[in-house]
Design a protein around this ligand. Structure first.
Ligand code: SAH
Length: 247
C-alpha cells in the first residue's frame, strides 16, 4: 500500500439499495454499470463510485450477507481500482457498550466474525477473522463519530454462541458484511474504512426486524450525513494523513 498516495477515487460498498439511496441522490450519481447482480453508480469524473450488492432474482430480496459483499467488493476493486474502500451500512448496536439508535460509528481496531467456529489449531483464529483496521482515531475526532469493533455474521438474529463470541471480541456493532469486505481489501491491498449507523439494539427484547424497519430511515439519513463528511475528509488526502493524522 502506497501511504503517500493521495486519494483521487473513493469506492463505497453498500449492501442494500435502501441504505445507499440518500447518498446516490445527494451526489446525483448515475447508474453506469451492472455486472451480474452488482450495480455501480458514479459521479461525472468517476471520483466517487458506489456499488450495491444487488437483488436476488428468485426472492427479490437485497443480496445481504458476506457472499454478495465479497463479490461486490472484489468486482468493484478489480473494475474501478479505487484508492480507498468505504463500507457504509446499518448495524445492530450493543446498548451495554453505549450504542443508541441512529448513532453513526466508524469501525475501530479490528473486524471479526461471530459465526465461523472451527475448533482446530490455526483454523479457530482463521474463522474469527480478526482483521486489523487502520487507525481511525483522527476520523472519529474530526467527524465526531463513535468508534467500535464490528462483528459480522450471516444472520440477522443470533444464537447464544454468537453472543458469547461477540462479547469475547468486545464487539459494539453487529452486521452482515464488514468483515468480508475487510478481507477482500486485505487481499487486493486497499485501505478500508467501515461506517455504520445503528438501526436496532442487539441486547434488548424487541425483535430485530421490527426495530430495523422502524429506524431504517433515521439511521440511513444519519449515515448519509456522516458519509458525506467522511468523503470530504478523505478526498485528496494521502492514506498516511487519513489514518495517522495527529492534528
Ligand atoms: N429485515 C430486513 C433485512 C435486512 S438484513 C428487511 O426487511 O429489509 C440486515 C442488513 O442490515 C444487513 O445488510 C446487515 O449488515 C445490517 N444489519 C442491521 N442490523 C443488524 C443486526 N442486528 N444484525 C446483523 N445485521 C444487521
Amino acid at each position: 500500500m502506497d501511504l503517500a498516495k493521495k486519494v483521487a477515487r473513493i469506492g463505497i460498498v453498500f449492501a442494500m439499495k435502501g441504505e445507499a439511496m440518500a447518498t446516490i441522490q445527494y451526489y446525483k450519481l448515475n447508474k453506469i454499470k451492472e455486472i451480474d447482480s452488482i450495480e455501480f453508480y458514479s459521479n461525472d469524473d468517476d471520483s466517487l463510485i458506489v456499488s450495491l450488492n444487488g437483488k436476488c432474482a428468485e426472492t427479490g430480496a437485497d443480496n445481504v450477507g458476506t457472499q454478495p459483499a465479497t463479490l461486490n467488493t472484489y468486482v468493484h476493486c478489480t473494475t474501478f481500482n479505487p484508492d480507498i474502500v468505504i463500507n457504509a451500512g446499518t448495524a445492530g448496536g450493543f446498548q451495554f457498550a453505549g450504542a443508541q439508535i441512529g448513532d453513526v460509528y466508524v469501525g475501530s481496531r479490528k473486524v471479526v466474525y461471530h459465526d465461523r467456529r472451527i475448533p482446530m489449531p490455526r483454523y479457530d483464529d482463521y474463522g474469527m477473522g480478526n482483521y486489523a483496521l487502520l487507525n481511525t482515531n483522527a476520523i472519529s475526532r474530526k467527524l465526531n463519530l463513535k468508534q467500535g469493533i464490528i462483528s459480522t455474521g450471516n444472520s440477522l438474529d443470533f444464537v447464544d454462541k454468537d453472543l458469547q463470541l461477540m462479547k469475547a471480541s468486545q464487539a459494539v456493532l453487529k452486521d452482515m458484511e464488514a468483515a468480508s469486505i475487510a478481507w477482500v481489501c486485505k487481499i487486493v491491498n486497499k485501505p478500508f474504512i467501515a461506517i455504520k449507523s445503528v438501526t436496532d439494539i442487539v441486547d434488548n427484547d424487541i425483535p430485530t426486524e421490527i426495530e430495523f424497519k422502524k429506524n431504517f430511515q433515521l439511521a440511513t439519513a444519519n449515515l448519509n450525513q456522516k458519509l458525506v463528511e467522511l468523503i470530504d475528509y478523505v478526498k485528496h488526502k494521502s492514506i498516511d494523513e487519513i489514518f495517522n493524522s495527529a492534528e
